[in-house]
Design a binder for this molecule. Structure first.
Ligand code: C2O
Ligand code: CU
Ligand code: CU
Length: 474
């Protein structure tokens, strides 16, 4: 345990940390003794919406949030929450410029809200706890898609309940395409060479049920299961064509850092960050994603027919997907060397706002405040270019996510040379223990003096215990 983290805790919480218990923590993680069901990599169904995509005839997407049960292990079924299916939900395909109406029907017996993470939209369509969906009711997010091609996602954003609702299985991907992505020679055959990957980990109890009971130590350092999932399956198999394959990777975990790469150490290209393509592909052999971050990668399997490799998680030495290169290419692609042009904002020379991530008395805070729906923390003026500095004062990982827009990284710990694979449009940034980041922010479109957007740590156990704030744009 880090001294720093220790000092920021109250006595009782510190004792809990020391003993590794307190504040829940019943049951044991039986995942490693159960027998996983062998599966092909599930590809979430694609939802393309009905309607013309115009203001008078928006594309309508019907999503039903429901209780279900899912097959993870041979020993029995697992009770879950899901969207339309049995675990997670369909992939929504959206197009820049189109009008959409994403209809969420809450058939659960508890309140939820459904947030479009990474979406550039008005605050009253954001799906935060300001747009709660009571049990048995329906809410629609109606807006004009207004951003570059990217991979976003939807998930609950219910005050203090987000972590458990996500854990049970409510989440899905949103893929946005635009004229630029249309023109690029990228793998874009969904499920064939353009593969969504929602990566998560879970704990299961002896009765094969999801076990969600983080103790104080796990709240601090991460509630990490021993069963790793790709699209809701345990070490599934993907039969790949021998060609370039694009993976749209989401760290969909509650609070796990993932370091992702291939079992043979091969290089791949990262082509996109959270909210847009990178300007050009970046060659990597491993990729670190904190919770809610996305990366699109392209790996070239064209010379690998007959081979098997694995998509790995290196921090915990787990396998996400077993890839068999078993088919010859039915069409080829050639990764372009230029992908897009990003607008680079020049930040002001002095910091506009500071955010300090801390913990005290078992609460997680930003600038010493616990999240309060009735308090607006910040007011941001339309079109101002601001420099935000976020400092992690603790000995554990955090990250920082803001709603409504993307930002760009300006420095890490005062160092302005940004890693090439982070030098793009982001909405979530990892802040390691005792480090700080600076980001440049500009709110470009939507003012609303009553409904705020939120910013928070996306380690869901931290968010639910107060590490979140609200800003309005005027
Ligand atoms: Cu992915 Cu405020 O959330
Ligand atoms: Cu968000
Ligand atoms: Cu955190």
């Amino acid at each position: 345990m880090e001294r720093r983290e220790f000092l920021t805790l109250s006595g009782a919480a510190a004792v809990a940390l020391l003993t590794g218990c307190g504040g829940g923590g019943g049951g044991n993680d039986a995942g490693s003794t159960l027998t996983p069901i062998a599966k092909s990599l599930p590809i979430p169904p694609s939802l393309t919406g009905t309607g013309a995509g115009t203001a008078s005839d928006p594309k309508v997407y019907e999503l039903r949030v429901q209780s279900s049960s899912h097959d993870f292990f041979h020993e029995g079924k697992t009770a879950t929450y899901a969207v339309n299916g049995t675990f997670l939900g369909p992939t929504l395909f959206l197009r820049d410029g189109e009008d959409v109406s994403i209809k969420y029907e809450n058939t659960l017996s508890e309140t939820i809200s459904m947030h479009g993470h990474g979406m550039h939209l008005p605050a009253n369509m954001d799906g935060s706890a300001w747009q709660n969906i009571a049990a048995g009711t329906t809410w629609s997010a109606k807006y004009t898609v207004n951003q570059k091609a990217c991979t976003n996602w939807y998930h609950p954003h219910t005050l203090k309940q987000t972590s458990e609702q996500v854990y049970k299985g409510i989440a899905g991907m949103i893929i946005i395409e635009d004229a630029e992505s249309d023109a690029l020679d990228l793998p874009k055959r969904y499920g064939i060479d353009d593969i969504p990957l929602v990566l998560q980990d879970r704990k299961f109890d002896n009765a094969v049920q999801l076990l969600y009971s983080p103790n104080m130590h796990e709240v601090m350092t991460g509630y990490i299961g021993d069963t790793f999932l790709a699209n809701g399956a345990i070490e599934p198999t993907f039969d790949a064509e021998a060609k370039e394959i694009r993976f749209r990777i989401l760290n969909g975990s509650n609070s796990s850092m993932y370091k992702i790469g291939f079992s043979d150490g091969r290089a791949f290209k990262q082509i996109a960050t959270d909210n847009a393509f990178l300007e050009s592909p970046v060659s990597m052999t491993s990729l670190v994603l904190s919770p809610a971050e996305r990366a699109e990668i392209v790996v070239d399997l064209s010379g690998d027919i007959g081979k098997s490799i694995e998509l790995k998680e290196f921090l915990y030495n787990k396998t996400f997907v077993k890839i068999n290169v078993s088919k010859s290419a039915s069409a080829t692609t050639t990764l372009p060397s230029a992908l897009t042009t990003l607008t680079r904002l020049v930040p002001p020379s002095t910091v506009t706002r500071t955010f300090t991530l801390e913990a005290s008395d078992g609460n997680f805070t930003i600038n010493n405040k616990v999240m309060d729906l009735n308090r607006i923390d910040e007011t941001v003026y339309l079109d101002d270019i601001e420099l935000w500095e976020i400092t992690n004062t603790m000995g554990v990982n955090h990250n920082f996510h803001m709603h409504g827009t993307h930002f760009q990284l300006i420095s890490r710990n005062g160092n302005t040379s940004i890693p090439a694979n982070e030098d793009g449009y982001k909405d979530t940034v990892w802040i390691p223990a005792d480090e700080s980041v600076q980001i440049v922010v500009k709110m470009t479109d939507y003012t609303d003096i009553t409904v705020p957007y939120m910013y928070h740590c996306h380690f869901l156990e931290h968010e639910d215990r107060g590490m979140m704030g609200q800003f309005i744009v005027r």
